[in-house]
Write a protein that binds this ligand. Sequence first.
Ligand code: IDP
Ligand code: MG
Length: 139
Amino acid sequence: MVTNKTFTMLKPDSVENGNIGAILEKITTSGFRIDAMKLTQLTTADAKAFYVVHKDRPFFDDLVEYMTRGPIVAAILEKENAVQDFRTLIGATNPSEAAEGTIRNMFAESISQNAVHGSDSDNNAAVESAFHFSEREMF
Ligand code: IDP
Ligand code: MG
């Protein structure tokens, strides 16, 4: 089922570097509507649960450390073909491979500290949105 929604996080490096406004500007001018949004911080348990699919990867502990070190902006975005179009807008996981003009190309430091998260499927978008937001926080 296509939901036309995706989930994003502006990761701790984006908040630390003062890039919240610039990244949200890029997201909204690219045609995404913000259905939910908050500044929040992941606990270690939250980050381990959110990224459980990567638990056996060598970078897992660093990923949990990074994602919990400061506030993030969590948001639900709506647009036709949201999941795929947002993955295109953010660019490749490794910013050195991310296309010119993509969010990771513009704002990410490295493959590990890469500025933004974007869901990789409609199902994960729904699961990740429910992880962060209650029904009354979604519009
Ligand atoms: P994605 O965020 O582009 O979907 P995933 O493979 O799902 O990439 O990885 C989740 C996150 O884990 C990445 O966004 C990045 O922060 C981190 N990560 C992925 N691959 C590596 C790596 O090879 N080294 C260090 N960190 C990585
Ligand atoms: Mg992923």
